[in-house]
Design a protein around this ligand. Structure first.
Ligand code: AMO
Length: 435
């Protein structure tokens, strides 16, 4: 039976025969012996030593099966354990031109992502990601929300027409979903609080370090909630995911050199900042915003918060903050108007600390059929495409709301990644659809 390297590295195995399967991660051939650092299929490594004649044909990334005796040797890398190899079975001798070495450009690593996935950095990130997804799901399951699945092929825009991916759907035009929200809204009427984890697609035309064309979207929707209820759900969810992830993935975060002192302190409540106050703060800091023609001006009420504004608001905070009450003019058609504050939406975004930017967005939904139809038209969308959605306002409409969390945005913050592309195995952007 094959064992993983992480199991072998314990006193229990000293002197015992084990079998490890994996790939040649590093290779040092000396006169008498070959020192083979074997990487297993969970990214762990252990040194295996063979007489040189047995291992002469090995190359980096050759796939092998090693049988041998576990010994302890302080000189062995990665913890002082090694395997004195008895048998070596070779599955495949890798080509000698393996393109991933120690120093590579980011572009090459993206071009060769199918191979770069074998790098220990990528394995660490993938493990953290699996844990983030695991606890994201668990929070909802444990809190009594029901998992549902929304379609990916849809007829209507949720987040504006400019980022829609068109698709030929038999004899008509359809789109890739930007968000499950409208479908989740349809499900709360019979299923109560629901959530989904599906890919969302955005034809983002600009290259940024926080936008992907395809991202993992954790979304939730519930009937009879207030905006404050939704904020509480989000701060609990994010805190729960972070605390469990840093506990279970301490080794991987350490490998990535992520300092987790601040992450340890993430717990509810998160500060709530009104949009007005946010604009005041940004103004007082003298931050200028860049207009479409490249010229700069002072930020004013009615402007959306871009990454620079978000960075300004969060550069000195250690916990996420909510910006609450955006003007309706900069929010999509479904955002409910605040009856106490006309023109303002009952919506909020969660901004991660230290400039990582928006990680969730959500709020209450407009539940009045007349207002929402007008808003759909105002956005230049065709109400006919929202027929079914408008039915929800016609047959037993209720106050309701929800939010969407971008898994890669959360991952970027947790792993302290420079670029969002680092948080996903095979990123999709305007300039990249392979591998
Ligand atoms: P929004 O468009 O703000 O809102 O998206 C919600 C969250 O999804 C993430 N996100 C992205 N992540 C990576 N690449 C992108 N291009 C990208 N775009 C968005 C962000 C963002 O906060 N239906 C609404 C939410 C709601 O009101 O329920 C929506 O999709 O983390």
């Amino acid at each position: 039976m094959s064992v993983r390297t992480s199991e072998v590295k314990s006193l229990d195995y000293i002197g015992k025969e084990v079998m490890v399967r994996g790939w040649v991660y590093r290779l040092r051939k000396q006169k008498e012996n070959a020192f083979v650092l074997v990487r297993d299929d969970r990214g762990g490594v252990i040194q295996c030593v063979f007489p040189i004649d047995k291992a002469a044909s090995l190359t980096i990334e050759s796939s092998i099966e090693v049988t041998g005796i576990v010994t302890q040797d302080a000189r062995a890398p990665e913890g002082g354990y090694e395997i004195k190899g008895k048998n070596l079975k070779i599955y495949n001798i890798a080509g000698t031109d393996y393109p991933i070495g120690e120093y590579q450009s980011e572009e090459l690593l993206l071009d060769k992502r199918h191979l770069a996935m074998r790098m220990r950095k990528m394995v660490a990130i993938a493990k953290i990601r699996a844990t983030v997804l695991d606890y994201g799901r668990r929070w909802f399951v444990e809190s009594g929300w029901m998992e549902v699945t929304a379609p990916i092929i849809v007829k209507g825009a949720v987040e504006g027409g400019s980022t829609l991916f068109k698709l030929k759907y038999f004899n008509e035009e359809a789109y890739l979903s930007q968000s499950a929200q409208l479908y989740l809204e349809a499900m709360i009427f019979s299923l109560g609080p629901v959530w989904s984890l599906t890919p969302s697609f955005r034809a983002e035309r600009s290259r940024t370090i926080r936008h992907l064309a395809e991202f993992s979207h954790l979304e939730a929707e519930a009937p009879w909630v207030t905006l404050e209820d939704l904020l509480k759900v989000q701060e609990q969810l994010v805190s729960y995911v972070i605390q469990n992830t840093i506990r279970e993935r301490a080794a991987e975060l350490a490998y990535l050199r992520r300092d987790i002192v601040e992450l340890k302190k993430i717990e509810p409540p998160f500060e709530r900042l009104t949009y007005e106050k946010a604009i005041e703060i940004i103004k007082s800091k003298g931050l200028m915003i860049t207009q479409e023609d490249g010229s700069k001006r002072e930020i004013q009420f009615g402007d959306d918060l871009n990454i620079d504004s978000e960075r300004e608001l969060t550069k000195n905070v250690t916990k996420p903050i909510f910006v609450v009450g955006y003007p309706l003019s900069i929010k999509p058609f479904y955002v409910k108007e605040n009856p106490q504050h006309r023109g303002n939406g009952l919506a909020a975004d969660m901004l991660a600390p230290r400039g990582f930017g928006e990680i969730t967005s959500g709020g209450l939904r407009e539940d009045n059929i007349v207002s929402i139809t007008e808003r759909i038209k105002k956005e230049g969308l065709d109400p006919a495409a929202y027929d079914w959605y408008l039915d929800l306002r016609n047959y037993g409409s209720v106050p309701h709301g929800g939010f969407g969390l971008g898994i890669e945005r959360l991952m970027r913050w947790i792993t302290n990644a420079e670029d969002i592309k680092d948080t996903v195995p095979f990123p999709r952007t305007i300039s990249r659809v392979t591998p």
